[in-house]
Design a protein around this ligand. Structure first.
Ligand code: MBD
Ligand code: FE
Length: 298
């Protein structure tokens, strides 16, 4: 059956493009590709033309997420698969494909109305080696694991699960966490390659379409630099350094200029073969700054 194989690109709507330029480069280490349009710039993290498009907007939220299929045959098969499952989609025009730097593109919405794209063949700028926006010891871990992972707003977790399963992602509930109000949260984590999860949802109501995006460094020291920079700049840290039980990555969560969170990490393990669940993390991850929808003492 046809499946998506990675979270390949994302678009963000932002109100302050200059703040994003500064944050993405100096703090995170991403590379700016200015492009030739005033209403957006691009961020690179590897050899792909870009992984993120930052759009000038009057909102601060996820604009769209792009999922990759292997090639042209899979692109055609995915259209048949969506049709057979009664999912509405639109085949994007040549111009829209060029806008995303891909050869083929479908546009649809997930059950919560999150703009979702499925593409094949991104433009690889192999003649332009990744050049980090600040000194880095290593690289961003991408390759067949895609960008990283993100938590998406889900208005109906069963419907969200069914939709992303249909796209080819696997996984299910991985934590049972007691919330302060006595309720039990059962967040769902899904993967489509070796990355332990590319998508998660089910941590309660969200104001924005995205709660956080996670990026991974190949070297621990790059996580250290990012953490020092965030602390020195006084950026809100919503969850302190700690180690997750599912992907076993060492991470912390801090605010983007758009008020949603970036989770930076290192050392994640690959997806396990059999399903497991946990009741807490290995260490750390204590909640700190409030108001970011991440006040779970996991
Ligand atoms: C994660 O990446 C995460 O964001 C949470 C809340 C739990 C486990 C792994
Ligand atoms: Fe995460």
């Amino acid at each position: 059956m046809v499946k998506v194989i990675e979270l390949g690109y994302m678009g963000f709507n932002v109100t302050d493009m200059d703040a994003w330029r500064e944050y993405a480069t100096k703090c995170v280490g991403l590379e700016i590709e200015e492009g030739d349009r005033d209403d957006r710039f691009y961020l690179r993290m590897d050899g792909q033309h870009h992984r993120f498009t930052v759009h000038q907007s009057d909102e601060d939220d996820l604009a769209y997420a792009g999922w990759r299929v292997k090639g042209f045959e899979e692109f055609k098969a995915m259209q048949q698969h969506l049709t057979a499952n009664g999912v509405d989609f639109r085949v994007a025009s040549e111009e829209e494909c060029e806008e995303r730097f891909v050869l083929g593109l479908l546009k649809l919405e997930d059950p919560s109305g999150n703009p979702t794209e499925i593409f094949y063949s991104p433009q690889m700028d192999v003649m332009k080696p990744f050049h980090p926006g600040r000194p880095m010891y290593g690289k961003f871990l991408t390759g067949n694991q895609g960008i990283g992972h993100f938590i998406i707003r889900s208005l109906d977790d069963d419907a969200t699960y069914a939709f992303y399963s249909m796209l080819g992602l696997e996984g299910s509930v991985e934590y049972k966490i007691k919330l302060p109000n006595g309720m039990i949260a059962k967040p769902v984590f899904m993967h489509c390659n070796d990355r332990q999860h590319s998508l998660a949802f089910g941590l309660g109501p969200m104001e924005k379409r995205i709660n956080h995006l996670m990026l991974e460094y190949t070297e621990l020291d790059d996580l250290g630099i990012a953490h020092d920079t965030a602390r020195r700049e006084g950026i809100d840290v919503a969850m302190q350094l700690g180690k997750h039980s599912n992907d076993q990555a060492y991470t912390f969560y801090f605010a983007t200029p758009s008020g949603w969170l970036l989770e930076l990490g290192h050392g994640a393990r690959e997806a396990v073969r059999e399903q497991e669940h946990y009741t807490g993390d290995i260490f750390g991850h204590k909640p700190e700054a409030t108001g970011y929808g991440m006040n779970v003492d996991i």
